[in-house]
Design a protein around this ligand. Structure first.
Ligand code: ATP
Length: 313
């Protein structure tokens, strides 16, 4: 497959802050690439370097085979994180205005319908709700039917139904061959949309891979998180040999619990007379990958120094 986006050793500093410290990656045509990372990791700076809206200090980037500044703007769509178009234009006027900047732009009504604003086209932008405003901004990136679409936190502020509708839209765009490069703090969104994910931390690309590969490599074990009621004697729980457990502040976390071992773990709790308030079975996902690679903890993560609960001899 053709490489549509290439970053090769990109560096960018702002004073003492190294926003990008040698980032290299490539994205193929029709791929949805999800970039995740903590606040200040350099995600927006990378998008800006790839779209030619900032000049990197070192390294190089190419988009559709050309340096970013030379790419035909007709072929690019960019939704910046803090994009604020004119407030006293209606959604329809805004989309029409942006459509007028391109040759052969799409019909504004079609674009508004695609982002779920067919009935709100006559409302001033400033009177749209936050989520509707974000949808209108997404509409503006679609008027020129771009080959490459950069979306910096596209669904922030959009309600769950609207987010799902936009996920379907992004899927459809990718199916039609649009290359999508998006950032998000929603691991659910990235896991759902991205063919591959890159984790950026302190300006460095820590890992790149398919979501399932990253989860298998870094996500840790499936676990059963038990919240106990009262003073349960958790030390006396005798787990099956295949499972291990750690006592936590409010109960017990049992590790290595696949779907078929849930009942074994529950039986062990019952045999020890443990009264529990809740049992939550958790499979690792991208959130666990993110948190483990950025050095943070997550709910139910194995604590470093917890009392261990023994397995059966
Ligand atoms: N124009 C600028 N001038 C000075 N510092 C900047 C500028 N742009 C970015 N930075 C700094 O570079 C670092 C990376 O910022 P960037 O916006 O790329 O992070 P991000 O990963 O997009 O963060 P967030 O998730 O909060 O949007 C931050 O420390 C930020 O303060």
């Amino acid at each position: 497959m053709d490489e549509v986006l290439v970053a090769d050793g990109l560096t960018k500093s702002y004073g003492d802050v190294e926003a990008l410290s040698g980032v290299s990656l490539s994205v193929a045509e029709g791929e949805v690439f999800g970039l995740i990372g903590p606040n200040g990791a350099g995600k927006t700076t990378l998008i800006r370097a790839l779209t030619g809206t900032t000049t990197p200090d070192g390294g190089s980037a190419s988009v559709l085979g050309s340096p970013p500044v030379d790419v035909d703007r007709q072929r690019l769509g960019l939704l910046p994180q803090d994009f604020r178009p004119a407030g006293r234009l209606t959604a329809h006027e805004l989309v029409s205005y942006y459509a007028g900047l391109y040759d052969g732009a799409r019909d504004p009504d079609d674009v508004l319908a695609e982002v779920g604003l067919a009935d709100t086209g006559d409302t001033w932008y400033e009177n749209l709700s936050g989520g509707q405003q974000r949808r209108a901004c997404i509409a503006l990136t679609l008027v020129n039917d771009p080959d490459v679409l950069f979306l910096d936190e596209p669904t922030t502020g959009i309600d769950p139904a609207g987010r799902r509708a936009l996920w379907t839209l992004i899927d459809d765009l990718a199916d039609r061959g649009t290359t999508v490069f998006l950032t998000s703090h929603s691991m659910e969104e990235v896991e759902r949309l991205a063919d591959r994910v890159g984790l950026l931390n302190e300006g460095q690309l820590v890992t790149v891979g398919r979501p399932d590969q990253l989860v298998a490599e870094y996500g840790g074990e499936s676990r059963l998180v038990v919240r106990t009621a009262g003073d349960a004697d958790l030390e006396s729980v005798s787990l099956p040999a295949s499972l291990t457990g750690d006592v936590t502040d409010d109960g017990l976390t049992v590790y290595g619990v696949g779907p078929r071992q849930i009942s074994d773990a529950v039986d062990a709790l019952d045999e020890a007379g443990v009264v529990y308030e809740s049992l939550v079975w958790k499979q690792p996902g991208l959130e666990e990958v993110y948190l483990s690679l950025t050095g943070e903890q997550f709910e139910g993560a194995r604590p470093a120094a917890a009392a261990a609960v023994g397995g059966e001899p």
